[in-house]
Design a protein around this ligand. Structure first.
Ligand code: SAH
Length: 365
């Protein structure tokens, strides 16, 4: 089977070229063609010897996931649906702003964490995306935007905040991040690439050691009792451990603060008391808060907090010197807002839960 060269970061590609008996600098040339020029045809890589082009054509391929739909929101956000095979599809969202363009990328088909307010979690989990499937979203969108506007540099920021938990797909995430940062690929600065996590504390340490980028932590509650309910992974890594990992992360982080995301759920986590307890929880950690208005999806049981309550909440944080921004909801008309990405997932986790249940039932006397 052909090797997909989008599955390799720079070091991995160089190692593969050496295995093929080629010089490592050839790998760098191919990397530049693939990621900087968006080239998927070895025949067009004109500064590469004909014999190597032929060999690559026979043994390798450059294969991003195919775009199966591309929808525009009235507010300019643009949602892409990618086929990742086996009945699964994942989504990316491009959010243009005056000074920057942000691409929100998925890392898993579905998600196993099952946060109470998230539509991706509702579908269950199918599998981790490969490196080619993660970086392939950026590869494809950059190419589409370049063709539309002639400006391939429209993607200035990448956020790993689409479907899935990035830190649960650690090795593939890190290879994809390295490509985003590599000057021979996308050349983004570490400060402009953000990994968002629901709080896999030990993996926050690994990210710090292996590929520190900007970090967002989805906090959503000031105490373990409430967070256990909203973000079930908290039962495994409670707030004390999570906050300690954030503190350690800052020792090597490219930004000198952690962003705490906080989805505002009417009557659940949005009182003045919650805000004051958040201040106590995070005291001593350089941080910013990003308050996210809850985005509803079919069968969701939560409601969005009223705007006045969100403002009040932000003011309490601000009065303690914490910058608290309220995320502007973008792309809601095309189900592209935070927490609405559903893609299409064959839920293996649910199938296996059902299978486990039916086995138990069969054993009943
Ligand atoms: N698993 C990672 C990244 C994906 S979720 C994480 O949890 O951070 C990206 C962000 O969207 C998270 O902050 C998440 O809590 C938030 N989110 C999920 N569902 C939402 C919803 N229905 N409305 C608003 N934000 C939501």
């Amino acid at each position: 089977m052909a090797v997909n060269l989008l599955d390799f970061d720079a070091a991995g590609l160089a190692a593969r070229f050496v295995e093929w008996g080629e010089k490592p600098f050839r790998a760098r040339q191919v990397l530049r063609w693939m990621h900087r020029s968006g080239q998927d045809d070895f025949g067009a890589m004109t500064d590469i010897a004909g014999s190597l082009r032929e060999k690559l054509g026979a043994e390798a391929e450059i294969k991003p996931p195919a775009i199966v739909s591309d929808r525009f929101s009235d507010d300019g956000a643009r949602k892409f649906l990618f086929d990742v095979g086996g009945g699964n599809a994942v989504e990316s969202v491009f959010i243009p702003e005056d000074e920057r363009g942000t691409l929100c990328v998925s890392t898993q088909a579905g998600c196993a964490l099952d946060c109470a307010f998230c539509s991706t979690g509702r579908q269950g989990f199918n599998r981790n995306l490969s490196v080619a499937e993660i970086i392939g979203q950026l590869w494809q969108v950059k190419r589409v935007l370049g063709a539309c506007s002639g400006d391939e540099r429209m993607i200035s920021n990448v956020v790993l905040m689409g479907m899935g938990e990035p830190l649960a797909n650690f090795d593939h995430l890190v290879a994809a991040l390295r490509l985003m940062l590599d000057d021979n690929a996308y050349g983004l600065s570490r400060r402009r690439v953000t990994v968002s996590t629901a709080g896999l504390a030990p993996m926050i340490d690994r990210l710090r050691d292996e590929c520190p980028v900007a970090l967002a932590v989805s906090l959503h509650a000031p105490d373990d009792a409430l967070r256990d309910r909203l973000v079930p992974i908290n039962r495994k890594y409670p707030l004390r451990e999570l906050i300690a990992a954030c503190r350690r992360y800052l020792e090597k982080a490219p930004r000198d603060f952690v962003t705490f995301a906080y989805v505002m759920l009417d009557g659940v986590n949005d009182s003045e008391d919650h805000a004051r307890r958040l201040l106590r929880l995070t005291s001593g950690i350089p941080c910013k808060f990003n308050l996210i208005p809850f985005n509803p999806f079919p069968a969701s049981s939560f409601r969005r907090s009223p705007p006045a309550r969100v403002r009040n909440f932000a003011e309490i944080l601000a009065s303690a010197g914490i910058v608290a921004t309220t995320r502007k909801t973008r792309g809601q008309d095309i189900d592209a807002a935070c927490g609405q990405l559903a893609g299409r997932v064959r839920d293996r986790s649910r199938c296996s839960r059902q299978a486990a249940m039916s086995v138990r039932e069969m054993r009943l006397p």
